[in-house]
Design a protein around this ligand. Structure first.
Ligand SMILES: Cc1cc2nc3c(=O)[nH]c(=O)nc-3n(C[C@H](O)[C@H](O)[C@H](O)COP(=O)(O)OP(=O)(O)OC[C@H]3O[C@@H](n4cnc5c(N)ncnc54)[C@H](O)[C@@H]3O)c2cc1C
Length: 235
């Protein structure tokens, strides 16, 4: 883990409630795909956010927000915005968590995101493609409304690179224009795999989702030691 100041290069809206942030660390940092940073709002107020970028990228990318505007995200955005306007750095602890991608495994992979948990799986999906890993990878991204699928076309392009990659967006409350999967995202996985025994499974999203996923996936054969997600440490 590296504690560093970062300049805030960009804050842009991905949806009405989710922002994309680009930071440039002022000293070299190292992290693995799937790790997170803690944004230090003060010495006692540090908030974890998954790193959406890939190790080696010059800038660190974050996706901050949620379907419902809450203080966890809005206070972090306010802090970033204030420092951006003042041209002052923010402090971050970079390279935290144990749920990083295990590149040395040969097992097929399921990446499961709820809402802005997408940030976590986006970093992993990019790293898998950059390393040209030729094994089955299933990306499930669940959102409440379809307009929250802010990187759907990016992920469709990602899936088009390799016949073994699949992107499955799942909308909880679809409107009449939606022709894809609907319902809860973890249920889509349970419906698609008779057994989860053979898979490495990476999970990020609301804590309530993580709890449901852990119980239901183990019930359907997933091995606890092949189920990765830093949210599990919080529930
Ligand atoms: C290590 C760590 C990293 C974090 N990284 C980020 C980050 O990068 N960005 C950020 O903004 N916040 C982050 N958080 C905070 C928190 O995880 C997010 O606020 C949360 O994921 C936001 O969810 P949402 O509102 O986008 O999802 P929602 O819109 O609430 O849910 C999206 C989907 O998740 C599923 N789901 C939701 N609730 C349930 C349930 N009860 N049962 C089953 N399925 C459910 C459904 O399919 C739903 O459509 C992080 C927290 C930790 C601990």
């Amino acid at each position: 883990m590296t504690i560093t100041s970062c300049t805030v290069d960009l804050i842009e809206a991905l949806t009405p409630t989710v922002n994309r942030i680009l930071l440039t660390p002022q000293q070299p940092v190292s992290y693995a795909s799937g790790q997170y940073l803690q944004l230090c709002l003060s010495d006692s107020d540090k908030r974890p956010f998954s790193i959406a970028s890939m190790p080696g990228d010059k800038q660190i990318e974050l996706h901050i927000g949620g379907a419902v505007a809450d203080q966890y995200a809005s206070q972090a955005i306010a802090h970033l915005m204030q420092q951006y306007q003042l041209k002052q750095p923010v402090k971050a602890e970079v390279g935290l968590g144990n749920a990083h991608f295990r590149a040395d495994s040969t097992k097929p992979v399921i990446l499961l995101a709820g809402g802005t948990g997408f940030s976590y799986i986006y970093s992993i999906a990019q790293s898998i493609a950059a390393a040209a890993l030729d094994r089955p990878v299933f990306v499930y991204w669940g959102v409440r409304e379809q307009n929250a699928l802010y990187h759907a076309s990016v992920m469709q392009q990602w899936a088009a690179q390799n016949a073994k990659y699949r992107f499955i967006p799942v909308v909880q409350h679809p409107d009449d224009n939606w022709h894809g999967r609907s319902g809860m995202v973890h249920q889509a996985v349970l419906d698609d795999f008779v057994s989860l025994e053979a898979y490495d499974i990476y999970v990020a999203g609301p804590f309530a989702m993580a709890g449901v996923v852990r119980d239901a996936f183990i019930e359907q054969g997933a091995h606890r030691e092949q189920l990765f997600g830093d949210a599990f440490a919080y529930i």
